[in-house]
Design a protein around this ligand. Structure first.
Ligand SMILES: C[S@@+](CC[C@H](N)C(=O)[O-])C[C@H]1O[C@@H](n2cnc3c(N)ncnc32)[C@H](O)[C@@H]1O
Length: 282
């Protein structure tokens, strides 16, 4: 089995654990590899079953923000194990869905997990979200669920998304978005923090603010259609994910996730769902 062209140590651990049948990793990360969304975070019960429901809720919130519709030709960029496509497959009919991932091991699992339902068409392809293998104006919707921080460049991804989306098409993402102060702090400390972060997550760039997203949209021909700060609704994620990583013997990942929790709780880092519309005038 070929491995990813980029380093993402946490996926090496997850794939090992899934291949060995570890039940808690299977529940928490077997379908989706992203944070959970609890409409009422006070009601989160800390179980892996509760987490799995919350993870499903999060992807639904992202694709609802992107106004997915029957008959769409849709790309899920950075599709993980295909969880968002699996969810869409269960909720919609007549979708033509493509999952793109840079990691062939994840694609293999996605292909094994998902069977098209309700006249949906599903294809998984290996590729880089910043070099999309599609014709101009050939897609209705693009999703990037909790993965844009891994991509080589947000700007390149937006340019590619603008090229391949039809005018009026939608792009829906969720991302960790910094306050301006935290962005400056990260840039100042990058020489120390980047090697630490890459030991768990690989490349993970959260040096982006909401104003940066507005500017990026304008520069690449998108309109920012909606943005929702769901930081509070994601907070019950952290103890569950820390526990799973600790149980898997990946204590460094657990420590790094705990650090993200602290930064989020003090309001320096926000978790946002954003949707954009490809400009009709271009
Ligand atoms: C946190 S996971 C999210 C996976 C999936 N979207 C989900 O929500 O379950 C990040 C994903 O981005 C993928 N990825 C990272 N860099 C990529 C790139 N340049 N192009 C395509 N996919 C990429 C990773 O392989 C991984 O599947």
């Amino acid at each position: 089995m070929r491995s990813a062209k980029i380093s993402m140590p946490y996926f090496d651990i997850l794939l090992d654990q899934l291949n060995s049948g570890e039940p808690s990793v299977q529940k928490v990360f077997g379908r989706h590899v992203h944070w959970g969304y609890w409409a009422n975070p006070d009601e989160a019960d800390g179980t892996v079953e509760d987490f799995a429901i919350a993870a499903e809720n999060l992807c639904q919130r992202v694709y609802n923000a992107a106004a997915v519709q029957e008959n769409d030709r849709l790309l899920d960029a950075g599709c993980g194990f295909g969880g968002t496509i699996a969810s869409l497959n269960e909720q919609f009919q007549n979708l033509n869905m493509i999952g793109l991932n840079i990691d062939p091991r994840q694609l293999e699992r996605a292909r094994q997990q998902i069977t098209p339902l309700a006249n949906n068409k599903i294809t998984f392809i290996e590729g880089d979200a910043c070099q999309l293998p599609f014709d101009d104006n050939s897609l209705d919707t693009i999703l990037a669920v909790e993965c844009i921080f891994h991509f080589p460049s947000r700007e390149l991804f937006f340019q590619e998304a603008q090229r391949v989306l039809r005018p009026g098409g939608h792009l829906g993402i969720c991302d960790f978005v910094s306050t301006p102060i935290f962005k400056a702090l990260q840039q100042f400390l990058a020489i120390f923090t980047n090697p630490m972060i890459s030991g768990t997550f690989g490349r993970a760039d959260s040096c982006v603010t909401l104003s940066d997203y507005r500017a990026l949209a304008q520069k690449t021909g998108f309109q920012l259609a909606s943005h929702e700060d769901i930081t509070r609704q994601t907070l019950p994620t952290y103890p569950v994910v820390c526990r799973v990583f600790n149980h898997a013997g990946f204590s460094k990942a657990a420590q790094d996730v705990a650090a993200v929790e602290k930064i989020s709780r003090v309001g320096l880092l926000h978790y946002l769902i954003l949707s954009f519309k490809a400009d009709l005038s271009l």
